[in-house]
Design a protein around this ligand. Structure first.
Ligand code: SF4
Length: 179
C-alpha cells in the first residue's frame, strides 16, 4: 500500500535496538515516523551515542526522524522532574510524544519501550492508555517483545550501538556498581 494511504503513527523511540522489533511489526502496515525524547539518559556521551544510532536507523529505513525543538540536555533538571522513578520517567516521555503527535496530525502514537523484556510492559501500556484518553489521541498497542532479540541481533551485526543499561544514573549504578 502507498504510504500516503496508511495511518500515520508516531513511534516514540527509546533506542535503535528496541526500534528494530517495533518496526518489524509496524513497517508494512503504517506510515511510521520516529520521535526522540529521552532526557532520562545519563550521561551526555551515552545520550549522543543512542541518539546518533537512532538517526542512522531512520536513514537506513528512509523514514522521518523528529525531536523536540529547542531541547537542551540537562540531566539535573530531569532528576528533579522524574525523581528517577520509572512511572514518572515513562509518563513524562510519553506525554511529550502524545502532544507532538497531536500537534502534527498523527493518527496514532506508540513507543518502542513496548519492545523490551527489561521494561515494565504493563505499566507502559497503562500509562499510554491513560494519556490516550487524556489527550484524545489513539494509542496503538502491540507487544513487540516477540521480536526483541531478532531485532537487536540484526542491528548488532550491522554495527549499531548496543547500550548496557536502561538509561538513568540509577540504572547505571544498579547495573555496574553492584559487581
Ligand atoms: S530505570 Fe529506565 S525507565 Fe526506570 S527511571 Fe531509569 S531510565 Fe527511566
Amino acid at each position: 500500500m502507498n504510504d500516503s494511504l496508511k495511518s500515520k503513527v508516531l513511534l516514540h523511540i527509546c533506542c535503535a535496538p528496541c526500534s528494530a522489533s517495533s518496526m518489524k511489526v509496524l513497517y508494512n502496515n503504517y506510515n511510521v515516523s520516529f520521535y526522540w525524547y529521552n532526557p532520562n539518559i545519563w550521561n551526555f556521551d551515552e545520550y549522543k551515542k543512542r541518539k546518533d544510532s537512532v538517526i542512522k536507523y531512520a536513514k537506513e529505513l528512509n523514514i522521518a526522524f523528529y525531536e523536540e525543538q529547542n531541547f537542551v540536555y540537562d540531566y539535573k533538571n530531569w532528576i528533579e522532574q522524574s525523581l528517577e522513578t520509572c512511572n514518572l520517567c515513562y509518563s513524562l516521555r510519553l506525554e511529550k510524544t502524545v502532544l507532538f503527535a497531536k500537534l502534527n496530525n498523527f493518527d496514532f502514537f506508540t513507543t518502542s519501550l513496548l519492545s523490551s523484556p527489561y521494561q515494565s510492559h504493563g505499566l507502559i501500556k497503562q500509562i499510554s492508555k491513560d494519556l490516550s484518553l487524556k489527550h484524545s489521541l489513539k494509542f496503538l498497542y502491540a507487544d513487540f517483545r516477540e521480536f526483541f532479540y531478532e531485532g537487536k541481533n540484526t542491528l548488532k551485526q550491522k554495527g549499531y550501538y548496543m547500550q548496557k543499561y536502561c538509561a538513568c544514573n540509577k540504572s547505571y549504578m544498579e547495573r555496574f556498581e553492584k559487581k
